[in-house]
Design a protein around this ligand. Sequence first.
Ligand code: CP
Length: 311
Amino acid sequence: MKKYTDIKDIANLSEIIQEAIQLKQNPFQFENLGTHKTLVMLFFNASLRTRLSTEKAAKNLGMQVMVLNVSDAWNIEFEDGTIMNLNTSEHIKEAAQVISQYTDIIAVRAFPSLIDKQKDEQEFVLNSFIEYASVPIVNMESATAHPLQALTDAITIAELKTKESPKVVLSWAPHPKVLPHAVANSFVKMMQELDVDFSITHPEGYELRGDITKGTPINYNQKDALKDADFVYVKNWSSYNDYGKVLSEDTNWMMTKEKLGKAKFMHCLPVRRNVVVEDAVLDSEQSIVIQQANNRTFAAQIVLKKILENL
Ligand code: CP
């Protein structure tokens, strides 16, 4: 694997899922693969799971890890040809090349503005690192994608499914803040690649990007969509068409035990209790969010392993 910025970088999905499940049984099986190799993780935004699980994954492979909260460094300029006489001190052209000299892999987290749709869709932060760095790039959640989370979700479903083609529903949830589309986008793309009966439910106006959801059924009736589901993945996202707007905080869309039925409850975390999902779900055996979070390590580890093998 040359990089991991989108799930399309995975050559053989079913194989990588099974390899990740095997790694989970023996996480130190390849503890010498990363000897004398370094991972730099750059955070333009906050993280709990991605930060700790990716560091743990790298260390399981014997790698050294350096973490930089980018807000602690010089402000980076991403525009080409800018007269840098304002707040930015260092251009991405130098920054990416310099960081590349210190490390073998660069992982980047950079959320969207949710104000400038065109700029967000260009993935200017992630793509600038791809363009100017001389080492492989890993996406730790960008403006439009969270492929490590999606691989985690696929691993979790593979581990827990009790039928060949389970019914999986992505269900929008209310949230007081404006949230990105990245998790939902990557989850949709991942489910389209798996042998699952997949559909999406959300209020009208919350349609995700049409070229991503193409071919996937969308049902505006949540109750109807959730009928007989095996896995329900709950997530908020802001409007895509009315870009970055919260159109509805309709509490009726919160996930409840009654609506969940017999399905397993999935969420990428962090999650707002009794806004996105009621306590009775999160505190029940049907919630698999902790197992999901644990699988973040093995998703990251299999990705780093594949990249290390290609260095
Ligand atoms: N799910 C996830 O990416 O969590 P963090 O934002 O805490 O990394």
